[in-house]
Write a protein that binds this ligand. Structure first.
Ligand SMILES: [Zn+2]
Length: 504
């Protein structure tokens, strides 16, 4: 990583820090970026300190000429739009490559610029971002689209010291999109790519852990594994205790196997990811109390590390017998229009028992009281379901309802459907939130500084003990999905001068 600290011709509040401050954030005594990666990646991703250099503050002039490769476009420090951020980096790269620094730029896959304090004061309106990042690398070689060259990230001088911001922006640099809820950009409490609500720092969500190659599903279910009226019971470990922790339910049709026993409508092609997330360490505290958690259901329909599809958090389910952060009684969620019901059923020794069931019809009651099936997936079969004691024709009420259909999260997004990320630069319009401005339009602030320092232990139960509990099956590791290799990045990821620039 190349990190440059910039003073922009003495405008604003001047350089935000010196190299010592940056090194302290990278690997100092408190919560630091090295520990953040180590923890959230299960030790699979480390900062390459042998190839990390911090330089500055550098005194940047007020304007200059950009890279010849990008058309020698003039740049200024008074605008954050267009080619200007690239122009700043071109100047910084030229400066550090020359004497007295003589830095070999080819060593760095990620290049971070720490802006001066109060940059928003001397730039045009709407430059009050907390950070900007490229989506993936700046310029993959045209002949080798999988050959990652380097990313650019710009951090505001007033927010650069937040580990969350680094983890978020560098997430964009490896193709992660914002983690949303159907109604809110950044609304996913379970990911550093969202996280405008919640308590402390946090790792990424279950599909993003797969996207990064840090973990695989614990259980993989397809249509071939599902039968109407029957519940698949799966024990899954907490996210923190095992890199392979989620249930990935892939409803794509199997083109080579036309027989589909699932009863899931053919229009349902999504992938749902079920995980049991707890507050587990200083780096992953979605909620205040260590050990408290929920079963989460995400939807992410992609299958490539470089996909620009945003994951959506669709459900937060209370796990019976587990410590929960909210006083919620909702334990079950139905995928709209898919007859698929996901239920958190129990917790034991750090494992959550999840039921995956397909209703026999769109109705929400026990349709046939003598066929041995759980028609409405409420866990009660035939005469054990109170539905069968009701007068014919009377439809009982379910205690949980599917959520409303997704709405567009950002009305200002002109780049297409809300779940598709725009290519090019991503501007984080969060600066005012990180200062705690409650009048903002975005909601609650991003994660606070961590206040705890111990990591929860989640001992694994033995297989035989689990089987002796009330599950049909002990945890079984399903084969991991194909590794995200040899997948051509979408051509959309290549930033160009014509790339759409998105304000979020
Ligand atoms: Zn972002």
């Amino acid at each position: 990583m190349l990190i440059v600290i910039i003073n922009m011709c003495n405008k604003g509040g001047g350089a935000a820090t010196g190299p010592e401050g940056v090194w302290n954030l990278l690997k100092g005594d408190n919560a630091n970026l090295a520990g953040y990666y180590e923890t959230c990646s299960y030790g699979r991703q480390k900062i390459d300190f042998d190839n990390t250099v911090v330089i500055g503050p550098l005194n940047m002039p007020c304007n200059g000429i950009g890279s010849p490769i990008m058309g020698s476009v003039p740049w200024t420090v008074t605008s954050c739009r267009g080619q200007n951020p690239y122009g700043w980096f071109y100047w910084a790269e030229q400066t550090v490559a020359a004497a007295p620094y003589n830095i070999d730029l080819s060593r760095f896959n990620h290049r971070v610029m720490i802006m001066p304090r109060l940059h928003q004061v001397f730039m045009e309106k709407d430059c009050d971002w907390a950070g900007i990042s490229t989506t993936g690398p700046i310029n993959p070689e045209p002949t080798k689209p999988n050959n990652y060259k380097y990313s650019y990230t710009w951090l505001a001088g007033d927010t650069w010291s937040s580990p969350w911001l680094w983890f978020h922006e560098l997430g964009h640099a490896v193709w992660l999109s914002h983690a949303n809820t159907p109604n809110q950009e950044y609304g996913d409490i379970a990911s550093a790519m969202g996280g405008v609500r919640g308590y402390g720092l946090r790792c990424y969500n279950a599909p993003q852990i797969w996207q990064l190659g840090w973990g695989s599903p614990f259980v993989l279910l397809t249509r071939m594994d599902l039968t109407p009226g029957q519940t698949e019971l799966k024990w899954i470990p907490t996210v923190a205790s095992d890199p392979d922790h989620s249930i990935r339910i892939n409803l794509a049709q199997d083109a080579f196997n036309p027989k589909d026993p699932s009863g899931v409508p053919t229009s349902c092609l999504s992938q749902y990811w079920v995980s049991y997330r707890t507050s587990s360490s200083v780096y992953d505290m979605p909620w205040r109390d260590m050990g408290s958690g929920l079963a989460l259901v995400h939807r992410w329909d992609a299958g490539s590390f470089s996909a620009l599809i945003k994951p959506l958090l669709l459900a937060q389910l209370k796990v019976p017998n587990a410590k929960a952060p909210y006083d919620t009684q909702v334990t079950s969620w139905e995928a709209p229009g898919c007859r698929l019901v996901i239920t958190a059923m129990d917790m034991w020794d750090g494992y959550a028992l999840i039921g995956v069931c397909v209703k026999t019809s769109d109705d929400d009651f026990e349709f046939n009281c003598g066929d041995g099936l759980d028609d409405d997936c409420d866990g009660l079969i035939d005469m054990r379901d109170p539905d069968c004691l009701r007068p014919p024709g009377k439809t009982p009420q379910r205690t949980t309802r599917p959520p409303p259909p997704p709405k567009k999260a950002d009305e200002g997004d002109e780049d297409g459907p809300y779940w598709i990320s725009a290519p090019g630069l991503i501007y984080e319009g969060l600066l005012h939130l990180m200062f705690g401005d409650n009048t903002s339009k975005k909601g609650s602030p991003p994660p606070a500084e961590p206040t705890v320092s111990t990591r929860a232990k989640s001992p694994k139960p033995s297989g035989s003990t689990v089987a002796g509990r009330n599950a049909d099956e002990a945890p079984d590791k399903s084969p991991p999905p194909p590794p995200p290799k040899n997948v051509k990045p979408s051509p959309k990821i290549r930033p160009s001068r014509r790339s759409a620039v998105r304000l979020v």
